[in-house]
Design a protein around this ligand. Structure first.
Ligand code: PAF
Length: 285
């Protein structure tokens, strides 16, 4: 669906605050380098807000969520392509603030994600989720949106954002969109650009590991069997170094004996950290 109005590019917090509000307004928060996974978020957000509503996209490579030595400086920046995708998807306004404007009043107050922010990705990247939640809360306030759409690809991030909105009574609806995958199953991610052709090929073991776990669960295996099956696939390629393979309940609590569960994996492929996850239904009794 194409918008009738030209897209507005807002570069300052003042411009964002001054955007006249027409309800309903949905927001998709991104760090740019948009791919078809983001396109699915944009389409879902546009569907939610409807033809008369608004769709705001934020583009901001958030320094608070990168630790020293991570890829903040080399994170891909593809502004022109990002704008083109936003135009194609009928985005009303793109809000791309500069770091100094975003934090002009300071950045010493941050949100504590609690124990859920200390496991899995939070264990590997200790301040990551505090940085994510702080900026997500700030963008919710700045954009004054009624709904925000996030991908299931970053499942722990999605769970934490849902928890934050619920516990802090933030008046916004959070929607989620299933992961979009390449033909071989690899989840789309801006960081896939870092992979060499050989690493890109090796990365296909991540979705293969998830499929193996789903299969084991569907045929009567328990959480541990699913983990073993996934680990076997992950370790089949020497370019892939697994970090964790974990089965949890859908809210990231301990794995249930049976019923709905989630498997989450992280692995380094070359120097690139890749994440993926899938729903599992444990049929054990
Ligand atoms: O998922 C992302 O791209 C980022 O973590 C987000 C939600 C835009 C916050 O910087």
């Amino acid at each position: 669906m194409l918008s009738l109005m030209p897209i507005q590019v807002l570069e300052t917090l003042a411009e964002m605050r001054a955007l006249p509000k027409r309800r309903p307004r949905a927001v998709v928060m991104t760090m740019g380098a948009l791919h078809d996974g983001h396109r699915a978020l944009l389409q879902s957000a546009r569907k939610w807000s409807g033809v008369d509503g608004e769709l705001v996209v934020t583009v901001f490579v958030n320094p608070l969520q990168f630790a020293a030595g991570e890829d903040l400086d080399r994170y891909p920046r593809t502004w022109q392509q990002d704008l083109e995708m936003c135009e194609q998807e009928g985005v009303t306004a793109v809000f791309a603030p500069r770091v100094d404007d975003m934090f002009s009043v300071g950045r010493d107050i941050t949100l504590d994600p609690g124990p859920l922010g200390e496991i899995l990705e939070g264990k590997a990247r200790p301040d990551h989720f505090a940085g994510v939640l702080t900026v997500v809360a700030k963008f919710i306030n700045l954009t004054n949106a009624d709904a925000a759409v996030f991908g299931e690809k970053d499942y722990q991030q999605l769970a934490l954002i849902n928890r934050m909105v619920q516990q802090l009574e933030i008046p916004i609806e959070i929607l989620s969109v299933p992961t979009i995958r390449d033909a071989d199953g690899l989840a789309l991610s801006s960081r896939n650009q870092y992979l060499t052709p050989q690493e890109r090929q090796a990365a296909a073991v991540l979705p293969a590991a998830l499929s193996a776990a789903v299969e084991v669960a569907a045929t009567g295996g328990g959480a541990e069997d699913a983990v073993v099956a996934a680990e076997k696939e992950l370790t089949a390629n020497e370019l892939v170094v697994p970090d964790y393979v974990v089965v949890t309940d859908p809210l990231l609590g301990p794995a249930p004996e049976h019923g709905d569960a989630r498997i989450l994996i992280a692995a380094a492929v070359g120097g690139t950290r890749l994440l993926d996850n899938a729903a599992l239904h444990l049929e054990t009794r």
